[in-house]
Structure formats: structure tokens, C-alpha cells
Ligand binder design. Structure first.
Ligand code: PLP
Length: 465
């Protein structure tokens, strides 16, 4: 049963153990409640290990990770420097409350402040992205003394009360039925040229009209009541929507004009995903608050946070900030962040993400699109790409989006199943496949994954008209 070790696969000496895999899966199904799913639909693959851009099951079957595990593992699986830093910190001090000064916590904050644009130099640590957005909104409301927050349709900001309220997709409505969403949030449409809400034909038109629309929403809500505009710099979960030139600068200008706090949610787009440390760097825009999580330490230990401008910080010099977390700035998470950021700098990982997007993934996906009538659009940058599937390229009718059909399988499910059968693990959402591998991916691995996707897309072509 021993298999030869091969690059990216299980290490030498790995012994396949399908019986253990079955036990792991059975324990999961006996006791675990899963996120974002009907529990009867849950059927998890038991994972035995991971290294670099691959993970494998108990039978030794390996998958090329084109998902980065919820688009989080920017540095890849099992980075030795990050693992060593966590072990060293665990030996020294596992936990010290945030009222104390701690070397790793201070160093992580310093590194993040150094990377953030403008005068965003102060960091509040949370355990993840949703909490970061909760606190960013609270800070903005206290800073301005205003109640309302504007966020975009087609967005995802997290699963807690305010964060799910900000979220502009159908999950939000389901959560409102459960009573967990918070009030005083209004939504606007951001730019999305492929399905323009503004009947725009060019990026310049889309940008100008989306800004006009946002200003109207601000005016109709009452500028004196709006604390913050919250948006994902590059929309992630809801479609990987890259803002057209001028849009973010325009949002900055509107926020300045009306005294509104500009919150950039970089939970998914930050720390290398788009080939920059922060996505706002692409457009040279400085928001007032940036929220982050995921890539800051690739989730080796949960960590998120808010990095804020001096003006926001000043509001809390003599006024108590009414919020906090037991695990704010957890030493193990901060040690992982210091090691992750340092390794990303030393190994040129952000530059790798930018280059691979420009030279391999972007051109590769465009070439694939040429072969498949089901591909309506490919878009993205860095290691952050979406393939949008359609029934018909002319009408752009979506290829059976999720929950829109009673069919037992959907075309997108078939594409995903074919990718997995080919040994590649993609992300899918609605009528899209997202290509979001770790920032460390090599050219050869990217090409391997794209070749698998290419073959899988013939399943979708069968549904085109
Ligand atoms: N904001 C964005 C843009 C995200 O993509 C996510 C998660 O995917 C979140 C917030 C929520 O982060 P978390 O799941 O760590 O709470």
C-alpha cells in the first residue's frame, strides 16, 4: 500500500489508512455542526495533511489547493518558518491578556502599520474578519456620532450581527429571518461592468455612474446621519469584482465631502492576494480604516483586526472605547503573523502573486475562455480570479445559479466534481468558479490546475444554448 513520495504529495513514510479516514469522517458527522450548509448535505473529505499548495486525504490522494481554504492560506500549507514561530512562542508564553505588553503583539502591529498606507498606524486585533468589521463600524459611529452605515450589494463582510447586516447577498436575508442582523444599514450598488446596473458600456462610465449613484444614496439617507461607507476593495465572495479606475478615489472624495469614514474591508484582498500588500495600494487610495484577517498569518492561528488613521485614534485618547476581546492580540496568532509577514517579504511572495496573475493565470484563463462557450467572463488580478459561467454569451443569462433550480445537480456542481476528480480543489459560488490558490503557487502548479479546470469546463458547455 505504500506509495512513492512525490513533490506536493504526502511525505516519505506516509502510510495510507482508509479506515482511519472513515473514523475521522464518522466522528465529524456524529458531533459537528457545519457552517453555511444544511446539515444533511454535509459530506466532508477527511484530510490527513498538507504541504505547500497541496493537501491529501487518508488514502494519500492529493489535491492541488485552488481554494486556499476559504481564500486565506496565502502562504500555503505547512510553511516551516511560521510553524517554528508558533512552536517557539508556545514554549515561551501561550497567553497573556491584552492589558499587558507583549513582544510578538507589538511587532505584529508595527509590521502591519508599516505596510498600511498613509497614517494608518494603530492596530486593534480581533480573532477574525467579521469581528474586525463589527469594531470598524463601532469606531466609525463613535468617531462621527452618526448612526448609519452604507455597504454594497454583492458583498460579504462576515457572519456576525453587524457584519451580516453589511453583507449584500442572499445570505443576509436568511440571517434577517433568524433575527441576527443589525439595523441602520443601507445598501448601494457598486461597479460591475459585466452586469452593469447603470447601463454603462465602458469602465469610465461604470465608475462615474456608480459614484453618482452612491452620492444619491448618501444624500437621500441624509449625509449628517451616515457614519461610514464600508466596501471590499476588490469584492471577493460575491464575484471577484475589480473596481474600475477612479472608483475608489471617487469614494474617498465623497467620504471627505460628507465627513464619512471610509472603511476598506481587506479581509480577503489583503496581504498579497491581489499582488500588493493591501488592495488599496493598486489605486493609491488611503481609507480611514482597513479591516484585515485571513492572509495576515494565513489562518495558522486565527487573527484579524482594524488598522486605523490617527484621526480615528484621536477620538479615543480620552474617551473609553467600549469594546474588547479576551483573545485580542493573542501571542500565538501574533507570532504567526510576524513570521508570515517576514517570510512573505523575504521570499517575494507578494511579487510572486502579482507576476503569476499577469503571466500565467490571467492569460491562461483567457485562453481557456476562448474554448468554452459557457465562460461569459474571466476577471481578477494576482491570485484572485473568477470564471463566470453563462447559458448564453449573448444574453449573459447565468448558468443555473445556486438555489435557482430544483435540479438534483447543477452545471456548476458538475464542473466542481470534475475538478476534484482531476485532483484540483476549486472555490465555487453562485454561477462562478473562483481560482484562488496560495500566493506561493509556482508556474507549473498554476498550469496544472488550469489544465484540470479546462477539462472540467466541458461539463458546463453541455448546458449552453
Ligand atoms: N470580509 C470579507 C471581505 C471576507 O471575505 C470575509 C470572509 O470570507 C469576512 C469579512 C469574514 O471573515 P471571518 O470569516 O474571519 O469572520
Amino acid at each position: 500500500l505504500r506509495r512513492p513520495a512525490h513533490p506536493g504529495g504526502p511525505p516519505p513514510g506516509f502510510v495510507p489508512d482508509l479506515a482511519e479516514g472513515s473514523r475521522v469522517r464518522a466522528a465529524d458527522r456524529a458531533h459537528l455542526f457545519h457552517s453555511w450548509m444544511a446539515q444533511d448535505a454535509v459530506d466532508p473529505i477527511p484530510v490527513a495533511g498538507g504541504s505547500g499548495r497541496y493537501f491529501w486525504d487518508y488514502g494519500g490522494r492529493r489535491y492541488l489547493d485552488f481554494s486556499s481554504q476559504f481564500i486565506n492560506l496565502n502562504i500555503g500549507h505547512g510553511h516551516p518558518k511560521v510553524i517554528a514561530a508558533i512552536k517557539e512562542q508556545a514554549d515561551r508564553l501561550c497567553m497573556i491578556a491584552s492589558t499587558f505588553a507583549n513582544d510578538q503583539r507589538g511587532e505584529a502591529a508595527r509590521l502591519i502599520a508599516e505596510l498600511a498606507p498613509g497614517d494608518l498606524d494603530r492596530v486593534f486585533f480581533t480573532n477574525g474578519g467579521a469581528e474586525a468589521n463589527e469594531h470598524a463600524v463601532r469606531m466609525a459611529r463613535m468617531h462621527t456620532g452618526r448612526p448609519k452605515v452604507l455597504s454594497a450589494y454583492r458583498s460579504y463582510h462576515g457572519g456576525t450581527a453587524t457584519a451580516i447586516g453589511l453583507t449584500g447577498d442572499p445570505r443576509r436575508w436568511a440571517n434577517q429571518n433568524s433575527g441576527s442582523a443589525s439595523g441602520n444599514i443601507a445598501h448601494f450598488f457598486g461597479p460591475y461592468l459585466y452586469r452593469s446596473h447603470f447601463h454603462a458600456a465602458t469602465e469610465a462610465e461604470e465608475s462615474a455612474r456608480a459614484l453618482e449613484h452612491l452620492e444619491q444614496v448618501i444624500v437621500f439617507e441624509g449625509p449628517g446621519t451616515v457614519a461610514a461607507v464600508v466596501l471590499e476593495t476588490v469584492v471577493g465572495t460575491a464575484g471577484i469584482l475589480v473596481p474600475p479606475p477612479g472608483y475608489l478615489a471617487g469614494v474617498r472624495e465623497l467620504c471627505d465631502r460628507y465627513g464619512i469614514v471610509f472603511v476598506a474591508d481587506e479581509v480577503m484582498s489583503g496581504f498579497g492576494r491581489v499582488g500588493e500588500w493591501f488592495a488599496v495600494d493598486h489605486w493609491n487610495v488611503t481609507p480611514d480604516l482597513i479591516t484585515f484577517a485571513k492572509g495576515v498569518n494565513s489562518g495558522y492561528v486565527p487573527l484579524g483586526g482594524v488598522v486605523m488613521s490617527e484621526a480615528i485614534y484621536d477620538s479615543f485618547r480620552t474617551v473609553t472605547y467600549p469594546g474588547g476581546l479576551t483573545y485580542s492580540g493573542h501571542p500565538l496568532a501574533c507570532a504567526a503573523a510576524v513570521a508570515t509577514i517576514t517570510a512573505m517579504k523575504e521570499e517575494g511572495i507578494v511579487e510572486n502573486a502579482a507576476r503569476i496573475g499577469e503571466q500565467v493565470i490571467g492569460p491562461g484563463l483567457r485562453e481557456i475562455a476562448g474554448r468554452h462557450p459557457s465562460v461569459g467572463e474571466v476577471r481578477g488580478l494576482g491570485v484572485f480570479w473568477a470564471v463566470e459561467l453563462v447559458h448564453d454569451r449573448e444574453t449573459r443569462e447565468m448558468l443555473v445559479p445556486y438555489a435557482a433550480s430544483g435540479a438534483a445537480t447543477r452545471p456548476v456542481d458538475e464542473v466542481v466534481a470534475a475538478c476534484r476528480a482531476g485532483g484540483m480543489w476549486p472555490v465555487y459560488n453562485f454561477n462562478r468558479i473562483h481560482v484562488v490558490p496560495p500566493c506561493t503557487i509556482t508556474d507549473a502548479e498554476a498550469r496544472e490546475g488550469l489544465a484540470i479546470l479546462d477539462q472540467a469546463l466541458y461539463r458546463a458547455d453541455a448546458y449552453t444554448t
